[in-house]
Design a protein around this ligand. Structure first.
Ligand code: FAQ
Length: 316
């Protein structure tokens, strides 16, 4: 079939599938721009999961009890698994995990801004679980219905695990809130540091988001950045009340007319600065990732050599 003749027809079929909210699968025809956008988003998501292991992994050796250590180990291992499902989903689009990791290390692909903030005490493990995983769930549950099959299917399992992550964070903070005044102060201080960066996870405001309109038209995204941010605020306020903490936003208040909480404006200059690589931990996070990648080179080489040997023996 000549692609010059077939392309409009293929494009119409693609638009029909996306329009009916059905799924595009790896062997289906898709516009190059759709493929490129998906690789960008899925790779960025995968990198976030892997780099996101660092802020909490930092505390595994200093867990306050065996129970907390077992929970944190399981959580950080889950994040590694999420990264791998997502790299696999990206590979069905014609790229490779190697290529994507090299792009990340060269600073040519992004990962979530949130992981460029430091974790200063074990309390931050609880706050990350509650707010960061909470924001991740808000953003990712709709992605279970994204238009690209492998991405949506990966998200189903990821969301189930993120839900456990969010609950363990909330439970950790609730335990501290039932403790001493010093512990309650630590929770409040940690929440104060993470609240605004958690709101920034949803991306820039809709009027400054160059990708949202096209990604919504293709069914990659099903909600805008601002819609999901609002959903997260509405969901988090009652949880904060149950915990007994406040958010550091004097403008946060219920708006009965809108049926939503009003809230202040995140510092978008800080957001773009962090995205461009100037956050408190950007250099440290990338250097650590590069070191792990370099130190793992021999494992990848050995695995490939073994696979080649097996395949040769099987075909002998
Ligand atoms: N950080 O036009 P838009 C987790 C970039 S959860 C850095 O609005 P889009 C779980 C964006 O890439 C975190 N960069 O872009 C966990 C674009 O630049 P580009 C990961 C950001 O794609 C928890 C530019 O700004 N979750 O890891 C950010 O339509 C605890 C313009 O933005 C996902 O990745 C940001 N926050 O919407 C793990 C979810 N926001 O690429 C460990 C999937 C925007 O053109 C521990 N991704 N940018 O050069 C998405 O839903 C979307 O990609 C958005 C951004 C909503 C993040």
């Amino acid at each position: 079939m000549s692609s010059a003749v077939a392309e409009p027809q293929l494009e119409a079929e693609f638009e029909a599938i996306v329009g009916h909210k059905d799924r595009i699968e790896p062997r289906d025809w898709m516009p190059e721009a759709y493929r490129k956008t998906l690789i960008r988003q899925v790779a960025q998501h995968a990198h976030s999961e892997i780099i996101g292991m660092q802020p909490e992994g930092n505390w595994i050796g200093r867990a306050p009890s065996l129970r907390r250590k077992a929970i944190l180990l399981a959580k950080v291992q889950d994040e590694a698994g999420h990264g791998l499902y997502l790299y696999s989903a990206a590979e069905t689009l014609g790229t490779s995990r190697n290529e994507l990791t090299e792009l990340l290390i060269a600073g040519k692909q992004k990962y979530s801004s949130i992981f460029n903030y430091p974790t200063l005490s074990y309390t931050d493990v609880g706050t990350i679980g509650w707010l960061v995983d909470g924001a991740a769930i808000c953003n990712q549950v709709p992605l279970c219905r994204t238009s690209f099959g492998p991405y949506g299917r990966a998200m189903i399992r990821i969301c189930k695990e993120e839900s456990f992550h969010q609950r363990q964070g909330f439970e950790l903070l609730m335990t501290m809130m039932r403790g001493t005044q010093e512990q309650r102060d630590m929770v409040q201080e940690s929440v104060n540091r993470f609240w605004w960066p958690a709101l920034m996870m949803f991306g820039p405001p809709d009027d400054a988001s160059p990708n949202t309109e096209q990604s919504m038209a293709w069914g990659i995204k099903t909600h805008t950045n601002d819609e999901l941010r609002q959903k997260f605020v509405d969901m988090s306020v009652p949880q904060a009340e149950a915990l007994g903490v406040t958010f550091p936003d004097p403008e946060l208040k219920w708006n009965a007319e809108r049926g939503h909480y009003d809230f202040g404006t995140p510092d978008w200059d800080e957001f773009w600065d962090v995205v461009k690589g100037n956050g408190p931990c950007n250099a440290q996070r990338l250097a650590h990732r590069k070191r792990a990648w370099d130190e793992g080179a021999w494992v990848r080489e050995a695995a490939l050599a073994f696979a080649a040997k097996e395949s040769k023996e099987n075909h002998a």
